[in-house]
Design a binder for this molecule. Sequence first.
Ligand SMILES: O=C(O)c1ccccc1NCC(=O)[C@H](O)[C@H](O)COP(=O)(O)O
Length: 212
Amino acid sequence: MSGRTRIKFCGLTRPEDVDAAVAAGADALGFVLWPGSKRAVDERRLVELTARVPAFVTRVGLFVDADPALVARCAEHLDLLQFHGNESPDTCLAAGRPWIKALRMRDGLDLHAAAAAYSGARALLLDAYRPGVPGGTGETFDWSRIPARLAKPVILAGGLTPDNVAEAIAAVAPFAVDVSGGIEAGAGIKDVARMAAFLRAVRGADDAPSEA
Ligand SMILES: O=C(O)c1ccccc1NCC(=O)[C@H](O)[C@H](O)COP(=O)(O)O
């Protein structure tokens, strides 16, 4: 997919990081509603953080096999749901809100089959696979495993940083990129300079002449 690569900053936990991410120019902000994460926010914090987000910046809530009642309550403050666990297509659809499905790139995963199964998703977020860890690993995966043509827009995640995101965009041409650890100064603490550097790297990649 060509055009400007959309940028999602994930794992925001502090008001000042939300403000900085918006000021930097992020298209979407992710809030982790999975209590096992070092970047987790509770419902009260979610309300506080999402209230700061202006129009035209997408508020994304990230869930891992969550109670549907929690998803429904949080959805009141979100524009998009990100299902990051083993949710079935029916479970994702049942939330009744726009959603994306995260897929961890374990061996043998058939992305075409997954795109067909999760046909109601607005996009597929592709992340690294580490057994027992649902996401936010800080690890990359073999980008050549992503087919050039997929029935769903691709959000590339997993170990992206200001230093490797241009290479990733050149290799995959994703619809969007998603980063968490690569823009952090510490767990759940975003770094303003790294956010800006990431944005610059993405825009540089978008403006680079293609090899085709
Ligand atoms: O960030 C987490 O702690 C997390 C925990 C459980 C499920 C998903 C989680 N993060 C999901 C994301 O969208 C991350 O941005 C994505 O996995 C990439 O993370 P990173 O490799 O650190 O950039």
